[in-house]
Write a protein that binds this ligand. Structure first.
Ligand SMILES: NC(=O)c1ccc[n+]([C@@H]2O[C@H](COP(=O)([O-])OP(=O)(O)OC[C@H]3O[C@@H](n4cnc5c(N)ncnc54)[C@H](OP(=O)(O)O)[C@@H]3O)[C@@H](O)[C@H]2O)c1
Length: 330
């Protein structure tokens, strides 16, 4: 593998543009190719973000032997299909969240990556961000004692559009898969899988969840209280409450922020840990992937395959409880 890694992106949508902007900040990344269902759209994207090659279909880009790393940025329902095709061409893949629509698809994707001896990673960018890793290191140090509970939310008010990705059931719409996944991911990262899940949701006219509340119970009494909504703007912050103090990850906890705060109960001592992020934040996951590729790894230690599977199991259980059905995938 050459020193610079040739990147190809599948799907020239909104997140692809943000990812490309951050990718351009990494000297080891070469913005090589963009694939869209529309060649003119791909051409415009290439001009905007500085890609060398343009493809009017996803498969034609995968046929290019010089594409090494592929970022999949299509709607949820295509993640498995697009990933499987990229793996068939033996490309290293990072695929947007949610990684797939169900556990069966995740199993297929991981099995294919293993069979092809190829790298595969869930694009859980939050797990690669320094402030989240710092919060985990503080908890792991024992400084604040054991975790008592986790509280996190993610909400924004979206314009109702029955054909848009957020509302259309055929495109995997709803709050849970789009943003509810972040509070879940954070909790899974800090506490692991719960013993019991209790979920409730408001299912809207397009039959997707517009608002979803989830409660986790753990064997040892730990709890988590999580919420997502596309009907209201909520703080989008997280708290890790521990025995001797708590960590506050301020809005928007899942993305780069300027600081995290620690409050120790004794003396109500508050400490601020500053962060100096210069970019949107997607370069950390891309850098993690390229580190893995340079080291010959097939999966990331920050976002291992088992984490993707565990997260999908949580999503599946919650979907079952709230009656969130995706007819083409269930
Ligand atoms: N990590 C994050 O922070 C983050 C943020 C936003 C979204 N996401 C994830 O990224 C994925 C894409 O989200 P987005 O907001 O970028 O969506 P978007 O703007 O709608 O872009 C998705 C792209 O997928 C392609 N596509 C293929 N088949 C499609 C179809 N039938 N309908 C619509 N688009 C289709 C299109 O690209 P072409 O027309 O070029 O083929 C489209 O531009 C979602 O799974 C979402 O969860 C992640």
């Amino acid at each position: 593998m050459s020193k610079k890694i040739n990147w190809g992106i599948i799907g020239a949508g909104k997140i692809a543009g943000k990812f490309a902007t951050d990718l351009a900040t990494l000297p080891e990344a070469n913005l090589y190719a963009i694939a869209s269902r529309s060649e003119s759209k791909a051409t415009a994207f290439a001009q905007n973000y500085g890609f060398q090659k343009v493809f009017g279909s996803y498969e034609s880009m995968l046929q290019d032997p010089d594409v090494q790393a592929v970022y999949i940025a299509t709607p949820h329902v295509f993640h498995c299909q697009n990933t499987m095709m990229a793996l068939d061409y033996k490309k290293a893949v990072i695929c947007e969240k949610p990684f797939a629509m169900n556990t069966k698809e995740v199993q297929q994707m991981v099995a294919k990556a293993k069979a092809m001896d190829t790298f595969l990673m869930d694009a859980l960018w939050t797990l690669c961000l320094p402030h989240i890793l710092k919060a985990k290191a503080i908890v792991d140090s024992g400084q604040l004692g054991k975790i008592v509970s986790v509280k996190a939310d993610f909400g924004f008010r979206a314009q109702f559009d029955p054909e848009g990705r957020l509302w259309d059931r055929d495109l995997g719409g709803g709050s849970l898969l789009d943003i509810g996944i972040y509070p879940l991911m954070l909790t899974l990262f800090f506490l692991g899988k719960p013993k019991k899940i209790t979920a409730a949701a408001r299912i809207g006219p397009t039959r997707v969840d517009e608002d979803c509340a989830v409660f986790f119970d753990y064997e040892n009494g730990q709890t988590a209280n999580l919420h997502s909504t596309i009907l209201a703007r909520t703080p989008t912050e997280a708290f890790i409450y521990c025995e001797k103090g708590f960590i506050h990850i301020p809005p928007r906890f899942h993305a780069p922020i300027s600081n995290i705060k620690i409050l120790e109960y004794e003396g109500l001592k508050e400490t601020t840990v500053p962060f100096d992020y210069q970019v949107i934040g997607y370069q950390y996951e891309a850098a993690e992937m390229m580190r893995c590729l340079q080291q010959g790894k097939k999966e990331s230690d920050l976002v291992p395959h088992q984490f993707s599977m565990d997260l999908m199991e949580l999503l599946e259980e919650i979907r079952g409880q709230i009656g969130l059905v995706y007819p083409r995938h269930d």
